[in-house]
Ligand binder design. Structure first.
Ligand SMILES: C=C(C(=O)O)c1ccccc1
Length: 373
C-alpha cells in the first residue's frame, strides 16, 4: 500500500513523492516572459514530487490575464529554460500547464484588440485581470466573444501542438493540458458554453471532439508519457455550466483510457471552493470516473485536487483512491510543503492580498522551516 511520501511514476515522469504543486496563476511575468523572480519561486518548491506551473498560453489569442507567462515567444522559451534548469538542479520535476482561455479574456489582451474566441458567442459573465495604460492593475468584465469558424479550429489544435513542442524545448519534463475551469477546452465540452450546430457541438461525442483532437496532436508531438490533462467536471468557475456532467466526463475518461497519458488531474467540486458542489441533478461520482478510465485501459496517475489537507491526502493515497494529491494554496505559502507534511509541522498561512500581481512579497518571501527554527 503506497503512502503520500513514496516515489511513483506518471508515464515517463519520475516523482520523488506524491505531493504535487498545483497550477497557480500569479501574474508576475510582464510581457509574458518568465523572469528571474519566477525562477526563484519555482526553485524554492523543487522538492514537490511534481511541479505543475501556472497556466501558460500557447498564443496571444489564448491569453486572458495580464502578466501571465506564455510559450509563444522565443524569449519566453528562454525564460522557462532558466526555470526548468533551476528545478532540475535541485532534483525536481516540472511540467507546464498549456492553456487557451477562449472567452475568458479582454480585448486589450487580444491581438489587434479583437474579440476573444469561443465555441459560441456566449459571454463568460466573469472578470479578468488587465494592466491599464497607466500601469495600474484592474479586474474588469471579460469581453464578449465571437464564435470560432469551423475552419479556425484545426489551427488552434496546432497551436497546442506547437506549445507542447516549445515546452519540451524549454526543458520541461512534460505538459498538462488545461482542460478545466471554464477555459477553451472546457467551453467546448460543456453545454452552457457550446451551442454549436456543427460536428463540434450538440452530442457528447461532438463536444469532446476538440479535447481529443488536442490530446492526439500533443501526444503525437511529444509522446503520451509526457502529457497529462486537468479536468473539472462540476466547477462553476468562469461562468461555465453543464446540465449532466457524469455521462459527459465518463465518455471523456473512456476515450482517454487507451491514449496512454501520464496523468489525469481531477478538480473535485468547485475549484478553490466547496468540494461537495455539483452541477446537474445529483452529486458527481469521482470513483466512477476513475473506474471508467481504468476499465478503458487508462494507466495514467490519478491526481486529485481541491481542499485536501495532510490527513485527507494521506487517506486518499493509502486507500488506493488517488496516486497523488495536488496542493495549490498550501504550496503557494509553503515552499517546503513536502517536509512540513512529512514532519506534520505548522504551515504558513497564504496571504490572499498578494496572490495576483506584484513582486517578491507574497511570492518568494514565504519562510521555509529551517528559516523559522
Ligand atoms: C488559470 C486559472 C485557473 O485554472 O483557474 C486561474 C486564472 C486566474 C486566476 C486564478 C486561476
Amino acid at each position: 500500500m503506497a503512502n503520500l511520501f513514496d516515489p511513483t511514476k506518471f508515464g515517463d515522469i519520475e516523482l520523488a513523492n506524491r505531493i504535487v504543486m498545483a497550477p497557480l496563476t500569479r501574474n508576475r511575468s510582464p510581457k509574458a516572459i518568465p523572469n528571474n523572480l519566477n525562477v526563484t519561486y519555482y526553485e524554492q518548491r523543487a522538492t514537490a514530487g511534481l511541479i505543475i506551473t501556472e497556466g501558460t498560453p500557447v498564443t496571444q489569442q489564448g491569453q486572458g490575464y495580464a502578466d501571465v507567462p506564455g510559450l509563444y515567444l522565443p524569449q519566453a522559451v528562454e525564460g522557462w529554460q532558466k526555470v526548468t534548469d533551476a528545478v532540475h538542479r535541485k532534483g525536481g520535476r516540472i511540467v507546464t500547464q498549456i492553456w487557451h482561455v477562449g472567452r475568458v479574456s479582454h480585448v486589450s489582451l487580444q491581438p489587434n484588440g479583437a474579440a476573444p474566441v469561443a465555441p459560441s458567442a456566449i459571454p463568460a459573465g466573469t472578470k479578468t485581470y488587465i494592466i491599464n495604460p497607466n500601469g495600474s492593475g484592474a479586474f474588469v468584465e471579460t469581453s464578449a466573444p465571437r464564435a470560432l469558424e469551423r475552419s479556425e479550429i484545426a489551427g488552434i489544435v496546432d497551436d497546442f501542438r506547437k506549445g507542447a513542442r516549445a515546452a519540451i524545448d524549454a526543458g520541461f519534463d512534460g505538459i498538462e493540458l488545461h482542460g478545466a475551469n471554464g477555459y477553451l477546452i472546457d467551453q467546448f465540452l460543456k453545454s452552457g458554453a457550446n451551442q454549436r450546430t456543427d460536428d463540434y457541438g450538440g452530442s457528447i461525442e461532438n463536444r469532446a471532439r476538440f479535447l481529443l483532437e488536442v490530446v492526439d496532436a500533443v501526444t503525437r508531438e511529444i509522446g503520451a508519457g509526457r502529457v497529462g490533462i486537468r479536468l473539472s467536471p462540476v466547477t462553476p468557475g468562469n461562468g461555465i455550466t453543464e446540465t449532466d456532467p457524469q455521462p459527459l466526463f465518463n465518455y471523456v475518461a473512456k476515450q482517454l483510457g487507451p491514449r496512454g497519458l501520464a496523468f489525469i488531474h481531477v478538480i473535485e467540486g468547485a475549484t478553490g471552493g466547496d468540494r461537495d458542489f455539483f452541477q446537474g441533478d445529483k452529486p458527481f461520482d469521482y470513483q466512477e470516473l476513475k473506474a471508467v478510465y481504468r476499465k478503458a485501459g487508462g494507466t495514467g496517475g490519478w491526481l486529485v485536487n481541491n481542499g485536501y489537507d495532510r490527513e485527507s491526502a494521506i487517506e486518499a493515497v493509502e486507500s488506493g483512491y488517488a496516486d497523488a494529491v495536488a496542493f495549490g494554496k498550501l504550496f503557494l505559502a509553503n515552499p517546503d510543503l513536502v517536509d512540513r507534511l512529512r514532519q506534520n509541522a505548522p504551515l504558513n498561512e497564504p496571504d490572499k492580498a498578494t496572490f495576483y500581481g506584484g513582486g517578491a512579497k507574497g511570492y518568494t518571501d514565504y519562510p521555509a522551516l529551517e528559516a523559522v527554527a
